[in-house]
Design a binder for this molecule. Sequence first.
Ligand SMILES: *Cc1c(COP(=O)(O)O)cnc(C)c1O
Length: 335
Amino acid sequence: MAFIKIDKKNFFHNLSQFTKKTGSKKSIAIVLKDNAYGHGLELMAQLSQEFGLTQAVVRTLKEAQTIKPYFQEILLLGDKAIVDEKYSFTLNSLADIINAKKGATVELKVDTGMHRNGISMEELEKALKLIKEKELNLKGVMTHNRSADVLSSELFWQQKNFEKVKKTVCSILSNKNICFHSFNSASALRLPCDNQSFIRLGIGAYGYSELPNIYDVLDLKPVLSLWAKKIATRNLKKGERVGYGGTFIAPKEMTISTYDLGYGDGWMRSSTYKPFKTAEGLDILGRVSMDYISLESTKDEVCIVSDAQVSAKQIGTISYEVMTLLGKNIRRIIV
Ligand SMILES: *Cc1c(COP(=O)(O)O)cnc(C)c1O
């Protein structure tokens, strides 16, 4: 089966870059949702711990349970709040406050302009009152930026709104230990991080920035590479066709091999419509099957992706999607 190599050195390198920016390992919460952006949840939790990180962010309780031994604090973005000494749960709406278990540790998400999740700024006082009434343990107040990776002033406008939120929270609550955080990778690359309790570091840790080049302020290196193994080799005569629909027609005599990667592994079939070039510069010949692709190669192992951003551009998407689609069953090995 296809396999994934996780480059530990590059992961540590990226984390060091962000640690330099934030000033400490304590001010980084590694985002491990969606199978750690396809890198493997538990494996990346282990490596994060080895590097010295103590905080993580996931979406579900199931993910949190898997990585619990590796971290001191885990923030959950989805799922209902229950009481646990390590977990804090994001409150995305007033209904989330009502549904939370008494005594649960929570973080209130405020909508400062993205209009996806979080309570509105107008609901803030009401929400804080409800949290108190429900006897929830409010640990933090957070927001998410909609345009951190877009070259515009929107990030600054949202940060202004978040400053207003902070003011309101601090004027109402006597507890001065509330943490405030609003930065994803792109925000952390663009702005100083010193007014954040911690940053929620996702894509940057895995080696990518979707920001315009002028924001290439840190030197980030891809952590994941995708490999496939040879199944069979054959010789084609000129004019012979390959794969479903016979869409590839050999322009000359050639030797091709089948490799064990397909859309069943999360490799998008849409890459068929323009010939997709592998990391080694080989065209995928004809259609992607459920478990196979064909390449003009006889090598036992071929590298399909060494830079998810380069691959993503070829198929009209972003690095996040290429990586998170990769199947959970693909073997991940640390190199
Ligand atoms: C996924 C996510 C992040 C991480 O974003 P990156 O762009 O990958 O750094 C941060 N905060 C929230 C709320 C998220 O959902």
